[in-house]
Design a protein around this ligand. Sequence first.
Ligand code: 5GP
Length: 185
Amino acid sequence: MSERPRLTVLSGPSGVGKSTVVAHMRKEHPEVWLSVSATTRKPRPGEQHGVHYFFVADEEMDKLIANGELLEWAEFADNRYGTPRAAVLDRLEAGEPVLLEIDLQGARQVRESMPEAQLVFLAPPSWEELVRRLTGRGTEPPEVIERRLEAARIELAAEPEFDETLVNTSVEDVARELLALMDVV
Ligand code: 5GP
């Protein structure tokens, strides 16, 4: 690779399928380095510390924030999430393509602190499709679903802030387009 690769940030409304796209992409291209975030959320079944997240206690998160060790951080659904700064900078320095998969609040912070970063918005194929994904199993009470939909409306309106938009029509296509934006293929 001739030039120093840029940091790429993948963001978008919750429920749009960011993590599925990233998982698919990494299966095919393990050389893309994906930042492992710190979170105060509890692990879900199958999630491993240091692989999917660094699962930390509230006090540890307080410290990471206070010491400026996070490139960005945000509160999402009552938990905090943040990107460890040093690892990202090391990988970029080493010339590796680096990807962050974070929420919109985090993407805005990266825009401020690293204006050269490439911000990619993952959009649903349609509003109806996003509603289908967010209402999903249909087990949530109506007021919870209404809150999620209201949040999704606000999140969708952020699209013009991004450098690129990819529409999540198929996981394979979007993963390929993302790799192309990262100059990996
Ligand atoms: P989940 O709890 O489902 O793994 O993630 C919830 C949300 O947090 C997703 O939208 C995900 O992109 C976002 N997220 C994960 N890690 C980070 C991070 O380090 N910073 C920010 N700002 N958001 C994150």
